[in-house]
Design a protein around this ligand. Structure first.
Ligand SMILES: NC(=O)c1ccc[n+]([C@@H]2O[C@H](COP(=O)([O-])OP(=O)(O)OC[C@H]3O[C@@H](n4cnc5c(N)ncnc54)[C@H](OP(=O)(O)O)[C@@H]3O)[C@@H](O)[C@H]2O)c1
Ligand SMILES: [Mg+2]
Length: 374
């Protein structure tokens, strides 16, 4: 097991805490404490799954990726789907035995609940709970249902989390390329005393330990994951890109220019950040770009943005966001559907489709069918 620098509490921070009167990091109001253990391939044993059956319930974004990666890692995987699911045919075509959800739970030793978070409680009551038994393990890739208690499993089953820090399609793509998406594991309950071994083996089977696996809690994974997707990764980035595009087009610049500037190039810049950090990205860009970055950027994403990020985090921590999201689902997703529809109509989508068609290396993706057919 590799460990990030392990030193005394004080020395673990990048700068000695004693250097700062309030015991915090230099000007940032926090100390940089590396505490996480990082598990890699050598810490995980796929032998744990020898003679065992693994069930993946759902064959969506995460489900198809875990199922295919585990199968190619030598595990025995079956798929549980509801009658009439559009994914039955594609899962069979990919070589899986597909059975009704309840049967998959009954037959499996480890059960991955790869259903949408809002739909998990109903499937749990109807198909999962009645077929659970001592010795089985319930596995999630996001802690929502367990942390917010929309599902409360019996004490005689293991409840674990294996959460890749990336979209399902990338979990699959990177695995086929010999890479892996960093992942988190967490143990909620461990009556079998083997929960961690199972979590690590699963993480290895999907390629996570190739990159590095951190152990966390359901609470920490749930709250940070929701925060990230709302404020930075999905919500924050999409809103930033759309706003930039709108400002340029409203000022009379062509939509094609605006698309290249605000969306296409974002990936190229983020690739550099991904490879070598923000500092590394700045190494590649011009002095003029660097000056604009450091002098104008913080005026755009200013303290008021951070304040609203804190408010979003508070709503996540208090359960307010989860409560409202469950209510939205229970009333048939009216706002969710309307907002997504409006997003589809944003002029940046039409502009992008036209420009991406000019680049032959850009694989045309099917975003209207099954997740596994993407
Ligand atoms: N999407 C991601 O990249 C991502 C990343 C990290 C964590 N997660 C977590 O992974 C879990 C799954 O999310 P997802 O985005 O992968 O879901 P998804 O793409 O929406 O796929 C859900 C799958 O579940 C099936 N399904 C729905 N109800 C079912 C039932 N009662 N029994 C059996 N199957 C049923 C769906 O069938 P159809 O195919 O017929 O619709 C579909 O195959 C969630 O906890 C989510 O938070 C997702
Ligand atoms: Mg998420």
């Amino acid at each position: 097991m590799a460990r990030l620098p392990t030193m005394s509490r004080c020395a673990r921070s990048r700068l000695p805490i004693s250097a700062f009167p309030n015991g915090a990091g230099a000007g940032y109001g926090f100390a940089l404490l590396f505490m996480a253990k990082v598990y890699t391939d050598k810490d995980a044993d796929l032998g744990v799954f020898k003679g065992k059956t693994l069930a993946v319930l759902g064959f969506g974004s995460q489900g198809h990726a875990h199922a295919l990666n585990l199968k190619e890692s030598g595990c025995n995987v079956i798929i549980g789907l509801y009658e009439g699911s559009k994914s039955i045919a594609v899962a069979r075509e990919k070589g899986f035995e597909v059975v009704p959800t309840a049967e998959a739970v009954q037959r499996a030793d480890v059960i991955f609940v790869a259903l949408p978070d809002t739909k998990q409680p109903a499937a749990y009551e109807k198909d999962i709970a009645p077929n659970l038994a001592k010795g089985k393990t319930l596995l999630f890739s996001h802690g929502f249902s367990i942390h917010f208690k929309t599902i409360v499993p019996p004490p005689n089953v293991n409840v674990i989390l294996v959460a890749p820090k990336g979209p399902g399609h990338i979990v699959r793509r990177q695995f086929t390329e010999g890479k892996g998406v960093p992942s988190l594991i967490a143990i909620h309950q461990n009556p079998g005393k083997n929960a961690k071994k199972i979590a690590l083996a699963w993480a290895k089977g999907i390629g996570g330990t190739r990159a590095g696996v951190l152990e966390t809690s359901f609470k920490e994974e749930t709250e940070t994951d929701l925060f990230g997707e709302q404020t930075v990764l999905c919500g924050g980035t999409c809103a930033l890109v759309q706003a930039g595009f709108e400002v340029l087009v409203e000022a009379g610049y062509s939509p094609e220019m605006a698309y290249f500037e605000c969306l296409h190039e974002l990936k190229l810049i983020v690739d550099l950040m991904n490879e070598s950090g923000i500092g590394g990205m700045r190494f590649s860009i011009s002095e003029t770009a660097k000056w604009g970055d450091v002098s104008v950027g913080p005026k755009i994403i200013d303290g008021s943005v951070k304040k609203r990020m804190k408010a979003a985090l508070k709503d996540i921590q208090s359960g307010k966001f989860a409560k409202a999201w469950v209510k939205e689902y229970q009333s048939g997703y009216p706002r969710y559907n309307a907002l997504l529809k409006a997003g589809e109509k944003h002029p940046i989508e039409k502009t992008g489709a036209k420009l991406r068609a000019l680049m032959p290396w850009m694989q045309k993706r099917n975003t209207g069918g099954t997740q596994a057919g993407y």
